[in-house]
Design a protein around this ligand. Sequence first.
Ligand code: CMC
Length: 389
Amino acid sequence: TGAVTYDPGFMNTANAKSAITYIDGDAGILRYRGYPIEQLAEHSSFLEVSYLLIYGELPTQQQLTDFDNVTRRHTLLHEELRDFFGGFPRDAHPMPVLSSAVSALSTYYPDSLDPFNKDHVERSTYRMLAKVPTIAAYAYKKSIGQPMLYPDNNLTLVENLIRGCFGVPAEQFELDPDMVKALDTLLILHADHEQNCSTSTVRLVGSSQANLFASVSAGINALYGPAHGGANEAVLGMLRQIQSGDVSPEAFMEKVKNKEAGVRLMGFGHRVYKNYDPRARVVKGLADDLLAKLGGDDELFDIAQRLEQKALEDDYFIERKLYPNVDFYTGLIYKAMGFPEKMFTVLFALGRLPGWIAQWREMIEDPSTKIGRPRQLYIGEPERNYPGA
Ligand code: CMC
């Protein structure tokens, strides 16, 4: 065998050729299929961005209507899958519930499992886009002990998600248009980010020809970690700790800089961005607007802004090119919308779903795809004899 390259964390290894997302981390640029993220966040919708990522071009009005209809038609879960939620403990974190339920979709849809059959791939795409918001809402309802609401197919996916989380059967539910728009924008910002940890996981699992449900379920588990999607939840924990007076912002920053017990400024730093994360700029603008409208927690927002200010002026962060990432302010917005902290990463997963699907499909269609199988540098014992052998 030839020499292998040791590259922990794949810092310098490209595992895919991709035409989906472009990032220039030094300049702070992010584009989906060539379109700047700022323009998509302002003018597009999550549904349209999903289409763009998956099919490569913006849809015509007719294509968008068809895509909307077909995804709306698939929002229901199989009744037996509904029962599945009863098996989890009452206080179950919704991320493992989400990944388990998505994995279980493979058992209900044998007509959607063949990665090389175009109809199967289309069906699993629609089913996934339509059912994951329903699963997310069920996982939330389970965690608070309220009845699960069947989706209403007169509503968009984002509207159904909000109603599914905050509606109750006993009352008419009023959607807040500001909240719908803001959540739609946040989902756009999360929709793809090239070969991040969860997307690489989806590709790696899919490279063994595992079906889309199985591959995405693996991606959801990768996203669960606090160094990845779990950061939005961890940011709030950090802000609360400071708010409670346990530690002052100054003392917290000292701990971070001294690397005490691995404490990091959560929501800061990125493998690729060595500049302000362009998504974080949009989120900061949304936070300013929305917290005023929805009445967010001003004290936590103040603490976040103070931390950001301190970090941007501090040599430790300047030398390492650490800037706020997309998750620094998202948690505050989700909180103002009424989502509990454990739902934050679920919202990230919903946003990333079209990206995972697009990347999985691109991989399946690429004739140069090979099963993902990294090498290693063996550092263990040389051959030795079993006692008595
Ligand atoms: N606070 C303090 N120091 C940090 C931070 C931080 N948030 N991030 C990186 N550093 C330091 C790190 O200690 C290292 O210092 P040194 O050179 O002295 O050893 C240097 O910066 C480089 O860090 P790294 O860990 O080698 O960089 P990485 O590319 O492996 O890690 C990261 C990227 C995002 C995992 C990391 O910045 C981090 O842990 N951030 C906090 C968690 C977070 O906000 N994650 C969300 C990322 S954005 C959403 C997503 O894509 O999931």
